[in-house]
Design a protein around this ligand. Structure first.
Ligand code: GDP
Length: 396
């Protein structure tokens, strides 16, 4: 297996209002990345991430399941965050372990109250985001209106990097304004030149994007006034603005029709940070831990599920390397790690080790709960104040 370096990892969450299309988008991402071979549909209860029967019945995502997939040589660890207001605590926990997120909006209604509150939670945790305006195939969907609601209700500067080709039922693709190429989906993704009929509008929007970026990014101003930004400068500025939280890259598509998923994954890789791009994690006593595989091991538990195969403890590794069979300190108690699992859709793949930046499930831990710190016995660290009681969620 190819080793993936830390800067090629993206710990990603998808944040959305209920019904915006998060489950559908997650399915399409898993399909596009070859993680699943059968496309799950929300309505027939076969989706992979919503594996709890209660969830299927209610059609909403309650539990944060973590799924790993690869795209363009990068590992994307997808942490499924619930969208329902009643499960805000779960969102909060998941946000704690993300390095970046995709916020999904419904292209007909734009920003909804729940998207606003999740957005603010992500602001508090300093999670860099990009936005995906979904359902552009629906009657009444309009990217510009949705973008305006992002600007006014989320108090961020939208950086729109695509122009839709066609609308509603005739929505067939997008013009990528960073590369000035047309991307269309018939059976699969096709790339080609920008259609003549859209060229003037695409150029106008590219100029607008450059202008907005130049206003926010001092290094880009000079180049802008000297004739315009190169694709390379534009991409670099968009990456930096995203990571600073100074603006929000906006993409669009239709998850249901499988349009817009590949460019979204490209944007995740291009703009959202890796574990080495984010500030080091800090223990409650102020000690910093860098995402270094050779540093002492430290990880945070963000989910515990009781499954038919035993108790699964989902952790985000912040520093060091954990080997299977090793003994770790679970807030002072020595416990042995049985198996280490990488979760790929409905499959759990045993791995020998997990290193800084990884999201994995551990088998064999008895006392770890959500919020518990795991660390090397020789280098104690506490990432969050100890938690008292926390119910273990049962998953069939
Ligand atoms: P979630 O609650 O955010 O996870 O949303 P779901 O993925 O369950 O989607 C909610 C509903 O919207 C389902 O009926 C989906 O089939 C539908 N949906 C999702 N994406 C799209 C889309 O791009 N276009 C259309 N027309 N419907 C969509």
């Amino acid at each position: 297996m190819r080793t993936i370096t830390l800067n090629a990892v993206r710990n990603l969450g998808i944040l959305a209002h209920v019904d915006a299309g998060k489950t559908t988008l997650t399915e399409r991402v898993l399909f596009a990345t070859g993680t699943t071979y059968k496309r799950g549909e929300v309505h027939d209860g076969t989706t992979v991430t919503d594996f709890d029967p209660q969830e299927r019945d209610r059609g909403i995502t309650i539990f944060s399941a973590a799924v790993s997939c690869t795209w363009d040589g990068h590992r994307i660890n997808l942490i499924d965050t619930p969208g329902h207001v009643d499960f805000s605590d779960e969102v909060e926990r998941a946000l704690r372990v993300l390095d970046g997120a995709v916020a999904v909006f419904d292209g007909v209604v734009g920003v909804e109250p729940q998207s606003e509150s999740v957005w603010r939670q992500a602001d508090r945790h300093g999670v860099p985001r990009i936005a995906f305006v979904n359902k552009l195939d629906r009657a009444g969907a309009d990217l510009d209106t949705a973008v305006e609601s992002i600007r006014t209700r989320l108090n961020t500067v939208p950086l729109v990097v695509q122009l839709p080709i066609g609308a509603e039922d005739g929505f067939v693709g997008v013009v990528d304004l960073v590369r000035m190429r047309a991307l269309t989906w018939e059976d699969s993704l096709e790339e080609g030149p920008v259609p003549e009929t859209l060229m003037a509008e695409a150029q106008r929007r590219r100029r607008l994007l450059e202008e907005t970026v130049a206003e926010l990014h001092p290094e880009a101003i000079e180049e802008f006034f000297a004739g315009g930004l190169s694709d390379e400068t534009l991409r670099k500025a968009l990456r930096e603005l995203t990571r600073q939280g100074a603006g929000t890259v906006v993409l669009c598509g239709s998850a249901y029709r499988n349009r817009g998923v590949e460019p979204l994954l490209d944007a995740v890789i291009a703009y959202l940070p890796s574990p080495v791009d984010v500030p080091p994690v800090r223990g409650v006593d102020g000690e910093e831990r860098r995402p270094d595989p050779d540093a002492p091991f430290a990880a945070l538990v963000f989910k515990v599920n009781a499954t038919a195969n035993g108790r699964l403890t989902y952790v985000r590794v912040y520093s060091g390397t954990l080997h299977k069979g090793e003994t770790v300190s679970v807030e002072g108690r020595a416990e042995r790690i049985g198996r280490i699992l990488r979760v790929q859709a409905d499959r759990h793949t045993p791995v020998d080790q997990a290193t800084a930046g990884d999201i994995v499930a551990l088998v064999g831990l008895k006392s770890a709960r959500t919020g518990t710190t795991l660390c090397a016995p020789t280098a104690p660290l506490l990432l969050e104040p100890p938690v008292s009681a926390d119910p273990v969620v049962s998953v069939a």
